[in-house]
Design a protein around this ligand. Structure first.
Ligand code: NAG
Ligand code: NAG
Ligand code: NAG
Ligand code: NAG
Length: 608
């Protein structure tokens, strides 16, 4: 099958070389008409800077429809429901690949289309399940294939440039065999998938965490060092979350991972310094992490290259779970296109490369945290849904995935409420709360933030309701309870009351004592909450594996049902944004701290 627009050079050459064939092809064929696949309004803040250079290379990702994703989803909910007989019966890599593999007709149709543009099998990268194809092609060819025009777009506020289009088309007979193609309409750029670090301040490395008399809290029955109100350490987290004295094993097949992106790198020397400061048992054996490079991600160990996000994540996740096997994944990816120096390639976004890698991994870590996200509305819905389906596949493998809920309260990712825009990207300019992605995906565990002990919600804790994903049944009762307590008419039109609600859980989020490039810092953000929660999930998995039980896998259905009583309900605080006071932390689930923070000893009893 050959579909070419009449202006195509290739068609012209076919005419001259093969007049008879060309005659046949030149017959007007309805199948060869292009149909619009996706069209968007250019998001606010982006303007056209100029035409895209024709030879600019694009790494194009083509998503083929996953033929049986609904079956996979059914399996996932069965094996994640603690009251189901199949609870914990995680699927094998091959079983999942079979369920998400595209229909052979889609493969054939798309292969034919690619080869009609001179793209050979050897030029095509395929994911393990065959549901993603990757090709590197110059703009001029992509424009022909997608019957579109790319431009260099400039983001006025940040000065970033990217090469994108606002619509693309496909030949009619390909339309249903392709779910999405990027980068086309994705304006949420790699760089703007920012880490959710709220604040960072340098502290004197000589000052050790203070040792004031501990505080007893009669409500929880816990004793916590007074210093934990102003400096969070591994000791503080074990005290606040009731895990003092629990020793995990290195020998039961347990594992934990941190996903790093955007050239933000973890540093081993910093981890050693942190261990010496807070985890003596790890320091005594010079414990370190395994490094895994994803599509060429680097591992520089120069102190000047130490990344705040990666150091925070590795130090707390691995510090809490030592001696559980730990891995830092570094996914390659360059900042956006720079027109002046002619960046040779326009990178996509991080999740799909990382997901392809994890899903093809024989043994992905059982508890994983990532602290990267962006406003949901900057990610095209088609892309968000497909990445979310990838997170579901990881859950079905028995992996628990934690993500930060965001640092803008009910507002956008902008930590400063005064400059939050909260205006929709769809051309209508409506004022609306701005949920974050991937927190809004129902197949991840979104972690919000708390401070102090006794704990209360931190004001920047990202929370709210997705505009892309409808509410999953596992949180229906909890969220309905919350909504029914809202004063009538509250924030009418500002949020989608039927959407997936964020966050699921929470953990401490400020004053984390971290070492970066040899210096001690205090860091805050839900960037700290997510790896903390992942560390406790690793401890829960330890308890299960020691008893011969499978890993916890996708957590949410368990948390909202059988394990609900294992959380400390946070009832003080709120998350302002968009010129409002945001939502209140309340009794039961709320859109600031979710179900609450972990009580490890209670949770352990509930899951073992
Ligand atoms: C933290 O500060 C609050 C007051 O803001 C106080 O009631 C509480 O006892 C302090 N907690 C600790 C652990 O010192
Ligand atoms: C840990 O590293 C230090 C410094 O490199 C070295 O002196 C020490 O022997 C190591 N300890 C162990 C247990 O490997
Ligand atoms: C929305 O805002 C943009 C940018 O300020 C403006 O160009 C556009 O006309 C606005 N649209 C509507 C419907 O108000
Ligand atoms: C939050 O609580 C305050 C104080 O009780 C109340 O005035 C306000 O209406 C509540 N806001 C929401 C959104 O529930």
């Amino acid at each position: 099958m050959v579909c070419q627009s009449p202006s195509s050079k290739m068609w012209v050459s076919l005419v001259s070389l093969l007049p008879l064939v060309a005659f046949a092809l030149a017959l007007p064929s309805k199948d060869c008409e292009h149909k619009v696949k996706e069209v968007i309004v250019p998001p606010r803040g982006w303007t056209i800077f100029g035409p895209a250079p024709p030879d600019h290379l694009i790494k194009l990702r083509i998503g083929l429809p996953q033929s049986n994703f609904d079956v996979l989803e059914e399996h996932l909910y069965a094996i994640s429901d603690p009251y189901h007989e199949r609870y914990g019966a995680h699927l094998a890599k091959e079983e999942i690949e079979e369920l998400v593999a595209p229909h052979p007709d889609s493969v054939t149709a798309v292969n034919g289309w690619l080869s009609s543009h001179g793209i050979q099998e050897a030029d095509i990268g395929r994911s393990a399940a065959g549901d993603w194809l990757t090709i590197r092609v110059p703009v001029q060819l992509v424009e022909k294939m997608l019957d579109t025009k790319y431009h260099i777009w400039k983001h006025t506020a940040s000065g970033e440039y990217i090469v994108r289009t606002t619509s693309y088309s496909l030949p009619k007979d390909i339309l249903d065999h392709v779910e999405l193609i990027q980068p086309t309409t994705m304006f949420g750029t790699f760089k703007r998938l920012k880490s959710t670090i709220h604040s960072i301040s340098k502290i004197d490395p000589q000052i050790q965490a203070q040792n004031l008399p501990p505080v007893f809290d009669s409500a929880t029955g816990l004793t916590v060092d007074a210093s934990c109100n102003t400096t969070i350490t591994i000791t503080c987290l074990r005290q606040i979350y009731n895990a003092v004295g629990y020793t995990p094993s290195a020998k039961v097949g347990n594992s934990i991972g941190i996903a790093g992106y955007l050239e933000d790198y973890a540093n081993r020397a910093d981890l050693q310094t942190f261990f010496a400061d807070q985890v003596p048992a790890a320091a005594a054996v010079n414990a370190t992490y395994n490094f895994v490079s994803v599509v060429g991600g680097l591992d520089p160990q120069d102190p000047a290259e130490a990344g705040a996000e990666s150091d925070l994540d590795t130090q707390f996740a691995f510090g809490l779970s030592f001696p559980v096997a730990s891995t830092f994944f570094s996914t390659a990816g360059r900042p956006p296109f720079i027109p002046d120096i002619g960046t040779p390639e326009d990178t996509n976004e991080p999740y799909t490369d990382w997901l392809d890698f994890m899903l093809s991994h024989p043994n992905p870590p059982l508890s994983i945290s990532t602290s990267y996200g962006d406003d949901e509305q900057t990610v095209p819905e088609s892309f968000a849904k497909r990445a979310c389906a990838g997170f579901a596949q990881l859950g079905a493998r028995g992996v628990s995935l934690m993500v930060s809920s965001g640092d803008g309260g009910v507002g956008d990712g902008d930590p400063d409420p005064a400059t939050q825009e909260c205006i929709t990207n769809d051309g209508l300019n409506r004022t609306q709360f701005i949920p974050g992605f991937p927190a809004s995906c129902p197949f991840v565990t979104a972690v919000g933030g708390t401070i102090l002990f006794p704990e209360q919600a931190v004001d920047f804790s990202g929370g709210g309701f997705s505009n892309y994903f409808s509410r999953p049944s596992y949180q229906e009762a909890a969220v309905k309870g919350f909504l029914s307590k809202l004063p009538k008419g509250t924030y009418n039109g500002l949020f989608n009351p039927n959407g997936r609600a964020i966050p699921d859980v929470a953990a401490q989020s400020d004053f984390f004592r971290v070492f970066i490039g040899g210096q001690a810092f205090h860091i805050g953000g839900t960037s700290a909450s997510s790896p903390t929660f992942a560390g406790f999930v690793a401890l829960l998995n330890d308890g299960r594996l020691k008893k011969g039980l499978p890993s916890l896998g996708f957590l949410n259905p368990l948390f909202y049902s059988k394990a609900k009583s294992g959380f400390n309900d946070i009832t003080v605080g709120n998350n302002p944004g968009c010129g409002t006071e945001g939502f209140n932390a309340t009794v039961g689930w709320d859109a600031v701290t979710g179900l609450g923070t972990p009580n490890f000893a209670k949770l352990l009893k509930l899951v073992t």
